[in-house]
Design a protein around this ligand. Structure first.
Ligand code: ZN
Length: 110
């Protein structure tokens, strides 16, 4: 039940973030969610992100998609990319890319 309470809180926070339109430099220093969706109980966020570099003139970057996941008892984000896909699709894509790489290496060796 704690989790659903947290989810409600996070949802409220997201709504607040969405309501806050991106204006000026101060805003460019924070992770700014422009869209969020929930699929199979996983929250996905499309956000503009600051890179942290002092001299960056193109901050924030993106928007990029992130999946909100629990890592033990901590909530973290998994970077998905510019194009939206679910966490399952993302993991599948990564697995395919790994196999393709292995195939290429194997071909080069033989
Ligand atoms: Zn930057």
């Amino acid at each position: 039940m704690e989790n659903s309470k947290k989810e409600t809180e996070n949802k409220k926070q997201e709504e607040r973030n969405q309501a806050r339109k991106y204006i000026g430099k101060a805003e460019s220093r924070r992770f700014c969610v422009v869209e969020s969706r929930v699929i199979d109980r996983i929250t996905y966020q499309n956000a503009k992100v600051p890179c942290g570099k002092k001299r960056c003139t193109t901050c924030p970057h993106g928007p990029y998609w992130y999946a909100r996941v629990w890592h033990g008892d901590k909530r973290t984000r998994v970077y998905i990319g510019k194009e939206f896909m679910t966490l399952n699709e993302f993991n599948l894509k990564k697995r395919i890319e790994k196999l393709e790489k292995e195939k290429k290496e194997w071909k080069e060796r033989s």
